[in-house]
Design a binder for this molecule. Sequence first.
Ligand code: HBI
Ligand code: FE
Length: 286
Amino acid sequence: MRIEEFVSNSGPKLRGDYSRARADFTVDQDPSAYTAEEQGLWRRLYARQMKILPGRAAPDYLRHLAALDAGDAIPDLEAVSRRLRRATGWELAAVPGLIPDLAFFALLAERRFPVTVWLRKPEEFDYIVEPDIFHDFFGHVPLLFEPAYADYMQAYGRGGLKAARLDALAMLARLYWYTVEFGLVRTADGLRIFGAGILSSGGEVAYALESPKPRRLAFDLERILRTEYRIDRFQDTYFVIESFARLVEDTAPDFTPIYERLRALPPIAPHAVMDGDRPVQAAAKM
Ligand code: HBI
Ligand code: FE
């Protein structure tokens, strides 16, 4: 989709500046353009998460986050890209905000992760609907340094381009939602968070692991492809993977026949209980 077309179709909902975007929707980040207020807000967001993530976030995530040393200032995306290229061959692509599905998938398929350049307003400290640089960077970037996760993200981008041709994007988007955004992983010490939507949230971190309300189900590809989600509240259901390597394996088959089969079945509501669901014991916190 052309930039002008995307901006006029999406109208006043888009809050980024698309006027300087290239045809692939990327822009240049100016790391010196953030105000002192924005730098302060970044530090407060970062510090809040660091109080709650130890013992709850996936160990791989915490290790890569610490190595990024991004707690003091909004990161320079070019500088991080240089390190990321050496680690897993990924790079970061600055974007003005939400971009069209196909542009998003095309970047992932090239191992380029889109990171929004703007930061939320102070009144959005606790909750923001659209991804900003805090969600995109803090939530998503650390695990791009993890080889198996990095491969999963590229496969997702390729799968997105294919799903678009097969008219199956609604199904595939659920996989992204329940893994990349809201996924949990089982470790020897108990459940841990790897989904960026949880990792960058002040409230959902403890809820996802410790609340008795949501269901926590073992990863099941076809169940996920059918499960609807809500974008404006804590999740009713989380899915738990065994490892990133297993996630790559479990999503490696051609989805074409799966889409065909699932198309005939009704979607599953976010809170529904189904025959065959395998609940995962929420581990006691140590
Ligand atoms: N654009 N900047 C940005 N970030 C996203 O996460 C994003 C997007 N455009 C589309 C999109 N996500 C969805 O298509 C996927 O989550 C399925
Ligand atoms: Fe995200």
